[in-house]
Design a protein around this ligand. Structure first.
Ligand SMILES: Nc1nc2c(ncn2[C@@H]2O[C@H](COP(=O)(O)OP(=O)(O)OP(=O)(O)O)[C@@H](O)[C@H]2O)c(=O)[nH]1
Ligand SMILES: [Mg+2]
Length: 437
């Protein structure tokens, strides 16, 4: 019999209301001892919460219960909606810890029980974790869809098709001597497998749209020293995030800042100015700058007045002419028709720059309404699945080998939703969750 777990499931204290959640077979009995009645399904009732031995009142709270399996975890669940003072919550948690068979929940343990009791698959739980972490509108929409089960439906659908074609192959293998199993069965099988390779391939070939929405669209600010990179970062964030000085080579480490641009999470990275140098600290800064540029979805190359060269500017970077307020600023030649012109003294040109970023990020991830790959974990398993399917097509003349490859492909899909042997993965997945989830 599993222990009854409890934890503060609401946010940081102090708060107006705090919710302490209990889940497990003793939840109802413990609630009965503390509030004098058994909380009924989804009905809130006002109660004095007491220390069971002394009868001392700890708080006056709303109490509700959910009878398993109709609860988040699938077990009996009780919630105390108490006052969110630190001392109140601490006294309730202390009393709960003393109750028989009760202990404080580990991070993600409520969700893990929901998974183990088949209330939700892994993709829905990951979606829920993302929903709680969502800072932007696009993240919220994507996470809500995933927590509602859209990825599970898609992957389970593909898996069912694989199960069906494997059954057809097994039948052909078992009855291949008999006349009533037509040869065309295997044609049907490979047609379906070809269809799946196409569908999963398209799903994977999404320009990482889901991952960009979930993890953020990366922009690296690159350019020579003193180009105004740190000044631009500060102007975009309206904060003094990075040190700005007239000394060339001020920034050494890369600095990441999260922004919300048109509802998308955008991570802007300020970097060390690129130049030849003997200073080993600066050399390391430049190495990090180049690494940030490689990892970026968009590079903005900042170009200060007085320089004619754009040496070091990576291909595909958007050129931004800086310090347009200075007398020495010259209007760029026709060659740079597409370039942007800014100055951070009076914020000129920042709106077009933000519009360009919004345009780029929405181009990369246009369809938040589609089912998108949101995690590397999913991408790896989907790639594994397509590889097995493609190999099975190459070996279609060997039905027994093909069947085994289709089994592996189906297991790869099953691992995403948690239908097959994921025990080793669970600790990693639920470690992302915090206590009370
Ligand atoms: N007039 C004017 N000065 C600017 C502008 N942007 C930056 N500066 C000045 O240019 C100098 C360098 O700016 P930074 O933002 O530190 O330049 P950086 O590219 O980060 O330089 P490093 O960190 O050395 O690579 C500072 O003195 C800024 O005040 C601008 O738009 N107009
Ligand atoms: Mg700088």
């Amino acid at each position: 019999m599993s222990e009854t777990i409890f934890a503060l499931s609401s946010g940081a204290l102090p708060s107006g209301v705090a919710i302490i959640r209990l889940s497990g077979c003793n939840a109802q009995a413990v609630a009965q001892k503390m509030c004098g009645f058994t909380p009924l399904a989804a009905k809130l009732r006002l109660a004095d919460l007491c220390e069971p031995d002394s009868g001392m009142v700890l708080d006056r709270a709303l109490v509700c219960g959910f009878v398993g399996p109709h609860s988040y975890t699938g077990e009996d669940v009780v919630e105390f909606h108490c006052h969110g003072g630190r001392a109140t919550v601490a006294s309730l948690l202390k009393v709960l810890a003393r109750q028989e068979g009760c202990r404080l929940a580990e991070p993600g343990e409520f969700s893990r029980r929901a998974f183990e009791n088949e209330k939700m698959d892994l993709t829905a739980l990951e979606g829920l974790s993302d929903l709680i972490a969502a800072d932007t509108e696009a993240q919220r929409k994507l996470a809500l869809r995933q927590s509602g089960g859209d990825l599970r439906e898609l992957y389970d659908g593909w898996r069912s098709e694989l199960v069906r074609v494997r059954a057809l192959i097994e039948a052909e293998l078992d009855f291949s001597d008999e006349e009533d199993i037509p040869d065309s069965v295997s044609d049907q099988v490979w047609e379906t497998v070809e269809g799946l390779v196409h569908s999963i391939g398209c799903h994977l070939d999404d320009g990482r749209a889901g991952e960009i929405v979930r993890d953020g669209y990366r922009i690296a600010l690159l350019g020579p020293p003193n180009a105004g990179k740190s000044s631009l970062l500060n102007a975009l964030t309206h904060r003094d995030v990075a040190i700005v000085t007239p000394i060339a080579g001020t920034t050494r480490d890369t600095i990441d800042v999260d922004l919300d641009i048109s509802g998308y999470k955008v991570i802007v990275t300020d970097t060390a100015g690129l130049r030849a140098t003997d200073d080993i600290i600066e050399q390391e800064g430049i190495r990090r700058a180049e690494k940030a540029a490689l990892a970026a979805d968009l590079v903005l190359w900042l170009h200060p007045p007085g320089q004619t060269e754009t040496t070091g500017c990576p291909e595909g970077a958007v050129i931004v002419f800086t310090k347009s307020d200075l007398p020495e600023f010259e209007t760029p030649s026709d060659k740079f028709r597409e370039a942007l012109i800014i100055n951070t003294i009076d914020a000129k040109g920042l709106d077009p720059l933000l519009a360009l970023v919004a345009d780029q990020v929405s181009n990369v991830s246009p369809q938040v309404s589609n089912s998108l790959v949101t995690r590397q974990r999913h991408r790896s398993s989907l790639t594994e699945c397509v590889n097995c399917l493609s190999e099975s097509l190459d070996k279609r003349s060997r039905l027994d080998v093909g069947s085994e490859l289709l089994r592996q492909a189906s297991d790869s899909l099953g691992r995403i939703t948690g239908r097959v042997d994921v025990e080793d993965l669970l600790d990693v997945i639920f470690a992302e969750f915090c206590v009370g989830k």
